[in-house]
Design a protein. Structure first.
Length: 65
């Protein structure tokens, strides 16, 4: 997998992460939010964060100090 593919995947993940954030805020603002749905969205958001971190690590060269 080359850097261009990783950068593209990273952008897609960041957009999905932002969208999930908005969905979580909207759901939590409801009078009786669906707690199960809220938990699922938050879990998905955490998985995305981990994948974003992995992609970022792949794009940043290792520096031996």
């Amino acid at each position: 997998v080359n850097a261009k593919d990783i950068a593209l995947r990273l952008e897609i993940l960041r957009i999905e992460h932002r969208d999930l954030d908005a969905a979580i805020i909207a759901l939590a603002a409801q009078a009786l939010p669906d707690q199960l749905q809220l938990a699922r969205l938050k879990k998905r958001k955490l998985l995305l964060r981990d994948e974003i971190a992995w992609c970022e690590d792949q794009l940043v060269p290792d520096i031996i100090a």
